[in-house]
Design a protein around this ligand. Sequence first.
Ligand code: SAM
Length: 188
Amino acid sequence: MISLYCALVHYPVRDRAGNTVTASLTNLDVHDISRLAFTYGLRGYFVITPLMAQQTLAKRILDYWKTGAGKHRMPERSLALGLCRPLSSLERAIEQIQLETGKPPRVLATAARPPQVSAISSFQAEAMRLQQSEDPVLILFGTSHGLDRSILDRADAILEPIRGHRGYNHLSVRCAAAITLDRLVGSN
Ligand code: SAM
């Protein structure tokens, strides 16, 4: 059984100028990536932000769908959103996974343009690893203009960038998450 988690990081991320910033949470990212995570059998999806107001917003969205009117209106959506949990930092997410699985996760970061000196790992290698081991894996997706260098350096490896047929490859995080999960644990 695969033990795969993902996280959407809102801090620390980079802005257009390369500064370290905190990005705002969006309702769309909560819903779309929860549905993705549920579809691909992930054990959890963490929305990471240090801002209490943003964590409260995430909890409000989730409460509506997990226990409120949304649960009755769209029960299947309620199931998907049940995977989503707001946490204050990457370290909290790692601790939570260790609590649930007994082991700290292998942390994989993602980026359209990884730094030159990064430890890049292929989708094929990581898909194989997931098939052959029940050790937990946490995949990090960024917001704004991408994960801060401190997060990329903290990861055990950076997944190879998704490339199309042109030099441009800056995907929305929802598209990137969908392609990544399908390449790692999709049925085909
Ligand atoms: N320039 C940013 C970067 O280098 O990732 C693009 C940011 S994009 C709006 C937000 C997130 O989507 C990224 O942090 C990454 O997690 C994911 N992402 C976007 N394009 C990607 C690609 N081509 N390959 C892998 N991940 C990608």
